[in-house]
Design a protein. Structure first.
Length: 413
């Protein structure tokens, strides 16, 4: 079969693109999930979309292919191109153009019978014409009505179809921003394809683009949240093994401001608790029945957020961990206190005096704060964790750093 850059199902290409971009640096021999032929086809398909970003490195183990994307240069997420390569049948594409040729003028409104008759008349000019029965045409019209591409109106008992009016984009800046920042930004990218050329005003210091690969999963979760439904999700574990589908109640999407990673916060009936799932570990989402207690679980999560620093909810309210640290700063360093206020996600910031501030919080997992706390090293004069093992490890790391740099004062914290 001839190679095609178009795809029927996004699941496989999502997996390969993650291997190339997120994990990277794998040779042809290291892909053991499918045949070498499948690897070559997927590589060529990705290269047809992202050829300008493809790189390779020759090692003793072979040639490693990977994607290299500099977000300082690429103002728009190049991974969206994968979503614009959906395959179609000859019948689909033929019927698509026939319908929109018939309904080119938005003032033209035709009945199903009239549309079918016109299609039959026009396809006679082809050498090997494809035929479409009224049922097929009706289904395709219904699909386009649901997508907002075609409108319906009634004249007596007859349903008439006409092309929807084209929308003028009042603010392309909003689309530029939405497509690169918002969840499911690929929707904004599709809209931008229809907009006129315009001057771009945005560049992003931290441009997290890999979430594009999870757009379909994210969209399905948003749909279920809107309908207050259970979902069945399939995931992979840390060993990348597929796990059995489990039933959960999707409540919110948390997105890390540090690395852009997306998480689903959901109520899990099996464990009777709210937990988190990394979106890039979710393989499929299938909507199920309506959850009668949906609002109750949302309210519960709202209450829990007072004690969630990242996404961990381990231990529950009865096992909250206390963390507290004090920083000292000099004249002209008022920004340190303001930074504590700005960056704290929960807890409290207290001004001890003009040169000293204290942060404290009760959280489910104090370990999630450690990377942030480390950014205040050399200003910390006192620190305490109720989790004694974590406190000992933190101070041990500080002592190790001081010894590494042959400094004194590692006991100050």
């Amino acid at each position: 079969m001839a190679y095609s850059e178009l795809i029927k199902n996004f699941d496989s290409i999502r997996d390969y693109m993650r291997e190339f971009y997120v994990y990277g640096f794998k040779s042809r021999e290291e892909f053991t999930k499918k045949s070498a032929r499948s690897y070559d086809d997927e590589r060529r398909r990705i290269e047809s979309w992202l050829g300008d970003y493809m790189c390779f490195r020759q090692t003793a183990d072979g040639k490693n292919i990977f994607l290299s994307i500099d977000s300082r240069i690429s103002h728009h997420n190049p991974l969206y191109k994968a979503w614009k390569a959906k395959s179609f049948t000859d019948g689909d594409i033929t019927l698509h153009f026939l319908l929109f040729d018939l309904l080119f003028d938005s003032d033209t409104a035709l009945s199903l019978n009239k549309i079918t008759d016109e299609i039959d008349r026009r396809i006679l000019c082809f050498d090997n014409p494809k035929t479409f029965d009224s049922s097929t045409v009706r289904k395709k019209l219904k699909e386009y009505v649901e997508q907002g591409l075609i409108c319906t109106e009634k004249r007596g008992k007859t349903v008439l179809y006409r092309r929807a009016d084209m929308t003028e984009f009042a603010c392309t800046d909003a689309l530029d921003f939405f497509s690169e920042v918002a969840p499911c930004g690929v929707i904004g990218s599709f809209l931008l394809d229809k907009a006129d050329a315009h001057e771009e005003h945005f560049a992003f210091k931290h441009h997290y683009i890999t979430g594009a690969l999870d757009s379909e999963i994210l969209y399905a979760l948003f749909e279920a949240m809107h309908g207050k439904q259970f979902v069945l999700i399939e995931t992979v574990n840390r060993r990348k093994e597929r796990t059995a589908a489990q039933k959960v109640v999707p409540l919110r999407i948390f997105i890390s401001v540090q690395n852009g990673r997306q998480y689903l916060m959901a109520y899990v009936p099996r464990s009777k608790r709210i937990g988190s799932f990394r979106l890039d570990n979710i393989l499929s989402v299938k909507a199920a029945d309506v959850c009668e207690n949906y609002d109750t679980y949302r309210e519960k999560l709202d209450q829990m957020q007072e004690h969630i620093w990242g996404v961990s909810t381990e231990g529950g309210a009865e096992r909250l961990e206390h963390v507290e640290f004090t920083v000292r700063y000099g004249d002209g360093e008022e920004h340190i206190h303001r930074r504590l206020e700005r960056e704290k996600r929960c807890g409290q910031v207290e001004r001890v005096n003009d040169h000293t501030s204290r942060f404290s919080a009760d959280v489910y997992d104090a370990g999630e704060l450690v990377p942030w706390i480390r950014t205040f090293i050399c200003r910390i004069v006192d620190i305490h964790f109720s989790n004694q093992e974590l406190e000992a490890q933190f101070k041990k790391d500080i002592d190790t750093m001081y010894r590494l740099y042959e400094l004194n004062g590692g006991d100050e914290a």
